[in-house]
Write a protein that binds this ligand. Structure first.
Ligand code: C2O
Ligand code: CU
Length: 476
């Protein structure tokens, strides 16, 4: 019997390794054509294979954009228009959601709310302008719990007009996979109510950029920009950078005041962090990036210094702040619309009943219908929104976690400030799209509802979303 609740494991064999992306010409064959920003790019969601195990073991059957995992790296400049034709060659309907992009609502990709899911064999054209520079990602928003677990996701980089100086600009997209002993995707546990009512689908193999390990070739004296993403369905990942002092410059695509990471980097599903890292070791040195949420750290990537080369003799000045993105930073808390989001349910919780499709039912009846969680007493999406707010008004939302599990709450179409945690004001001025709320924690967020349309609000632990932690609000 496979168990999946431990930490991800990885067979320690590693040959050669590859730099993630070369410096400068980062997009290679993968990037969006920079010269023709409005050219339609087709992306084919289809079956493929991936080598997820280090021993070169059996290929796993996955679903991926253009058949690969991660899907093609998309790279556009801030303010450019992005046109992507999704071709659905999957056996089930799908969409693309552009996570963290403050997008035109019609292209937000939420099946059943902003568009119909694209049936197998059909296409859908996404066409929007990217307002914010930063690190974003894209993934389906139909049966997300299955489609992401099978490998459908990719990174979207929106370049600053004047990017900070970096010798390499690298993506590290982390994921955990649940594989059986033959190295195949564990399909029988898709839809497992055990997962849905507990932590979600936790994997047993951790990958970075769709591979079991990444060796990043560096030179002493170089400065790296790392774009770190957690694309896992449910696992909160914690990274430790051995022998280096990363400087955090952005979270969820939005600039923060640059500051050295105080400790480990914790990313819940959906979250991103941009880091600047100076390669301060000597030629020939090796230093690990570990994932340390398990008992022992798991080395998932490493920096390997060229034995001889030194990039520059003198140290670089401390990284400067990125320019702010054009989002509404002026919260008007005095006249804000205040709306609690109460999270209930799950294993070992005390939720006795919730409303589902207009009918209040007990926990057992809910579970029979695949539901185990609720927001404000409602399991899943209803036809009326959680709130309707006038365009331009500030929304203040206490996120109250009355469950035994952490939840990564994600708001579509907007970025929010985290104002307080358990009554303590949060000093760091970060504009987030996803925030982790610990069991019994109360986190107050606020945002300006400046983007018209119907926007989802859900837990990014995708099994929790499917099992009830999903709602929506309307900006009119
Ligand atoms: Cu990344 Cu509604 O999701
Ligand atoms: Cu959750």
């Amino acid at each position: 019997m496979d168990t999946f609740d431990g930490k991800p494991d990885r067979r320690r064999v590693m040959a050669g390794g590859l730099a993630v992306l070369a410096s400068g010409g980062i997009s290679g064959g993968l990037g969006m054509a920079r010269a023709q920003p409005a050219t339609m790019r087709e992306i084919d969601a289809r079956a493929g294979t991936a080598s997820l195990l280090e021993d070169g073991g059996p290929l796993a059957d996955i679903w991926g954009y253009d058949g690969g995992v991660p899907g093609p790296l998309m790279r556009v400049r801030q303010g450019e228009r992005l046109r992507v034709r999704l071709k659905n060659s999957l056996p089930q309907p799908s969409t693309i959601h552009w996570h963290g992009i403050r997008i035109d609502n019609a292209y937000d990709g939420v099946a059943g709310l902003t568009q119909e899911a694209v049936p197998p064999g059909a296409t859908f054209d996404y066409d929007f302008v990217v307002p914010d520079a930063g690190t974003f990602w894209y993934h389906p928003h139909n049966r997300s719990w299955e489609q992401l677990a099978r490998g459908l996701y990719g990174t979207l980089i929106v370049e600053e007009p004047e990017p900070p100086q970096a010798d390499q600009d690298l993506v590290l997209a982390f994921d955990d996979w649940r594989l059986d002993s033959a190295g195949k995707l564990h399909e029988e546990s898709f839809g497992s109510l055990m997962d849905w009512s507990h932590a979600g689908r936790l994997g047993n193999v951790l990958t970075v950029n769709g591979k079991p390990f990444e060796t990043i070739a560096v030179k002493a004296g170089e400065r790296l920009r790392l774009r770190v993403l957690n694309t896992a369905n449910a696992r909160v990942l914690t990274f430790r950078f051995r022998d280096h002092a990363p400087v955090l410059i952005a979270r969820d695509g939005q600039p923060v005041k640059p500051g050295e990471l105080a400790g480990d980097l914790v990313l819940s599903p959906g979250e991103r962090a941009d880091l600047m890292l100076d390669m301060t070791l000597a030629p020939g040195a090796v230093a690990a990036i570990e994932e340390v949420s398990g008992q022992d750290g798991l080395e998932i990537a490493r920096f390997a210094y060229h034995a001889s080369d030194v990039a520059r003799a003198h140290a670089l000045a401390a990284p400067m702040a990125l320019a702010a993105n054009p989002l509404s930073h002026a919260l008007d808390l005095g006249s804000a619309l205040s709306q609690d989001l109460l999270m209930e349910g799950g294993a070992m919780g005390r939720m006795a009943s919730a409303r589902l499709d207009g009918e209040v039912m007990g926990m057992r009846a809910l579970v029979e219908r695949g539901k185990a969680w609720a927001f404000n007493g409602v399991a899943g999406m209803e036809t009326t929104p959680l709130l309707s707010v006038a365009l331009g008004r500030t929304v203040r939302m206490p996120l109250i976690n009355d469950t035994r599990w952490p939840h990564a709450i994600h708001v579509h179409g907007h970025h929010f400030r985290v104002l307080e945690r358990n009554g303590v004001p949060v000093q760091e001025e970060a504009w987030k799209d996803t925030v982790l709320v610990a069991p019994q924690e109360r986190v107050v967020i606020a945002f300006v509802a400046d983007n018209p349309g119907k926007w989802m609000l859900h837990c990014h632990m995708l099994e929790h979303q499917a099992a009830g932690m999903a709602t929506w609000f309307e900006v009119a």
